[in-house]
Design a protein around this ligand. Structure first.
Ligand code: HEC
Ligand code: HEC
Length: 465
């Protein structure tokens, strides 16, 4: 417990450091307070960060249990494994894609919340998590707390108004948390693999072999795409769809032991995933394809935390259909096309796992790689960070050219679709500043790419309306 407290303090310190450098808006800053506030549970002691701690790669730091414990420790366990809260905001809103005939996007393993703002309304009132009896207790705690003034300032209503309009106030809370969860902190894109894609670092032979298997024989990128987008945007390792992989029940899930009040089915409980939410038979047993960023750090794995190591996960994909694994938790709609009998050797399994380890954020470039990056800069080309960032609706982008060159400066959205071309043509050597007016674009992350013969660089920016 002490250890946990220390980790929270470190997490807040790290977040504050990050906050200073990227200048958060008051709304995001408010979201940060709410996200870390352990007085917003009943009793006190649990915050969003308890189960999605930035220093633990945005999951529950207790990786021994397959699922997370609520604030009332006496046997109150949730039924599912905590996913990362990082990168979650990049999932599109939950919707049905009529062309692909698939459900896409949303939050939670079963997609029951449309986006991170809607998601944030859940945990405070979940009796197996933060356990507040109603929205009012959450709002009262906030109004009694140290950042009540900021809450009032951001939303422009006095405390009395807020107390009278509890539903609206509760929506404000979710809005602020969603804004905080959409900051750079939640999308660092600084893994070894990112540096590799940008040409700043190399993968080892084993990691390269793993990447080749990932995109080839093992078919992982059929659902967890690993290629950068057309504008060089970093991959998210999920196509945001839903699938039943035939994951077996996890007999060690403590949720089975809960009283009838919380788990009426006892040991017969079956997690129906998306189908349970929609009541559609074809979707029964399907869970969301999760992003694989930080995956080496975020075990246990799968919706019920059944696998403790990445090796077990890959062995399951490799040999599900060869006996040796218990039957699927939900026997219908099981995917038999892309997994189950991949024919990977044990060396290949190790290579694949080695590749998955390159997806961990916070990677420190080696001295050699730093030299590569420096050489890149010494070429005389340079693309600076846009300013301001986040912005609304105008930001400026500066770059330098060492010689006369044909240059393109283009903007892409997270789906890799080109939004606009700001520069396209020959320019003389020199320093340039171009501004982008994003009045017609919607809130989100965008990427700007400067390209010329022998030089390409992509950077990200955030439009916040
Ligand atoms: C007791 C642990 C716990 C607490 C506290 C908690 N969460 Fe979660 N979180 C989970 C679990 C478990 C899931 C998956 C639940 C499911 O799919 O049914 C989840 C899912 C999520 C997701 C969806 C991620 C995705 O990719 O689908 C986000 C975002 C998230 N939580 C953010 C938050 C925020 C914000 C708070 C505070 C308001 C919070 N969580 C509090 C355990 C927790
Ligand atoms: C057919 C689509 C599909 C393919 C192919 C696929 N996955 Fe997945 N992956 C999923 C889905 C869906 C889940 C969540 C399943 C669940 O929990 O029931 C998942 C979950 C995972 C998880 C656990 C995520 C977490 O947060 O706990 C890992 C790790 C993983 N996949 C790795 C891989 C690897 C490695 C490969 C290639 C060998 C692969 N996947 C191939 C769809 C796929």
């Amino acid at each position: 417990m002490l250890q946990k407290t220390v980790m929270i303090l470190i997490a807040v310190a790290l977040v504050s450091a990050a906050a200073e450098s990227s200048a958060m808006t008051p709304l995001e800053e408010l979201g940060e307070f709410l996200y870390f506030d352990e007085t917003l549970s009943e009793p006190n002691g649990q915050s969003c960060a308890s189960c999605h701690m930035p220093s633990a790669f945005f999951v529950d730091p207790d990786s021994d249990a397959p699922v997370s414990q609520g604030v009332l420790p006496k046997g109150r366990w949730g039924n599912r494994n905590s996913p990362m809260s990082a990168y979650a905001f990049l999932s599109p809103d939950f919707h049905y894609d009529p062309v692909e005939e698939l459900y896409v996007g949303g939050q939670f393993w079963d997609g029951r919340a449309a986006n991170v703002v809607e998601q944030a309304k859940g945990p405070f009132l979940n009796l197996l998590e933060m356990n507040n009896p109603n929205k009012r207790t959450v709002i009262e705690d906030i109004l009694r707390g140290g950042y009540a003034d900021l809450f009032i300032e951001v939303f422009g209503h006095d405390a009395l108004y807020i107390r009278r309009n509890i539903d609206e106030a509760y929506d404000f809370v979710a809005e602020a948390i969603g804004a905080f969860e959409s900051t750079d902190l939640f999308a660092p894109f600084d893994s070894k693999y990112d540096y590799f894609l940008q040409g700043y670092d190399v993968l080892t032979e084993q990691e390269l072999s793993g990447l080749e298997l990932y995109e080839g024989k093992a078919m992982c990128n059929a659902c967890h795409p690993s290629e950068p987008g057309p504008g060089g945007e970093p991959p998210l390792f999920t196509d945001f769809t839903y699938d039943n992989l035939g994951v077996p029940r996890n007999p060690d899930n403590p949720f089975y032991t809960l009283t009838k009040k919380f788990n009426p089915d006892g040991y017969d409980f079956v997690d129906l995933g998306l189908g349970g939410i929609l009541g559609i038979e074809e979707e029964m047993g399907k869970h969301k394809v999760m992003p694989l960023r930080n995956i080496a750090m975020t075990g246990p794995y799968m919706h019920n935390g059944i696998f403790k190591t990445l090796k077990e996960v890959v062995e399951f994909y490799n040999a599900r259909d060869l006996g040796g694994f218990p039957p699927p938790e939900v026997p219908i709609n099981v995917n038999t096309d892309e997994l189950g009998d991949l024919g990977l050797t044990s060396d290949e399994i190790d290579d694949l796992v080695a590749f998955l380890h390159t997806l961990t954020d916070g990677y420190q470039l080696s001295a050699g790689a730093k030299r590569m990056a420096a050489a890149h800069t010494a070429s005389g080309y340079a693309l600076s960070s846009n300013y301001p960032n986040p912005f609304n609706p105008i930001t400026s982008i500066e770059y330098s050219l060492p010689t006369t060159a044909n240059v393109k400066l283009e903007i892409f959205n997270v789906l890799g679709q080109k939004v606009t071309t700001l520069v396209d043509g020959e320019q003389n050597a020199g320093h340039y500043s171009v501004s982008w007016d994003a009045s017609n674009a919607s809130t989100g992350i965008y990427f700007y790419r400067l390209s010329s013969a022998g030089f390409t660089e992509t950077r990200k920016m955030i439009l916040l309306k």
